[in-house]
Ligand binder design. Structure first.
Ligand SMILES: [Zn+2]
Length: 138
């Protein structure tokens, strides 16, 4: 699993470039860019683009709680809605990521975008009681 970024490493009065934020948090630059796409505010008035420490910490705190605990057993996470959603028809694909983990992919019943949930292979049997699971190739 990906490491959980620790927002406490961020000093709220400061601003960070994407690179600095990544370094500070021990995550990749790609991860920070993904956060920006997921809604982390970035100041584009001048280059380099800056992220406020306060916004970053808020985003991480908020996101950690959201991602970890808010999904009900029959929900995936919709990146378009930024909300947990039931997949349409409770139909999902299981796409293996590694030997032990995979991704459940469905269509958001609200907006039709793809929604995802990372699960362990061991948990798949449980999810097969909830969803109609189609097995996919990696
Ligand atoms: Zn959606």
């Amino acid at each position: 699993m990906t490491k959980r970024a620790n927002g406490r490493r961020i000093k709220t009065p400061y601003c960070y470039t994407v690179f600095e934020a990544a370094e500070r948090l021990g995550v990749s630059v790609a991860t920070v860019r993904q956060w920006v796409r997921d809604g982390l505010p970035i100041m584009k008035a001048k280059r380099p683009f800056l992220i406020s420490g306060g916004e970053l910490r808020h985003f991480l705190d908020h996101r950690t709680g959201q991602r970890r605990s808010r999904l009900a057993p029959n929900q995936l996470y919709c990146l378009a809605c930024k909300e947990p959603r039931k997949p349409y028809g409770l139909m999902v694909d299981y796409v293996p990521q590694t030997a032990k983990t995979g991704r459940l992919v469905g269509l958001c019943e609200v907006c039709d975008a793809k929604c995802n949930r990372m699960i362990s292979r061991a948990a798949l049997t449980g999810f097969q009681q909830i969803f109609i699971v189609e097995m996919r190739e990696p």
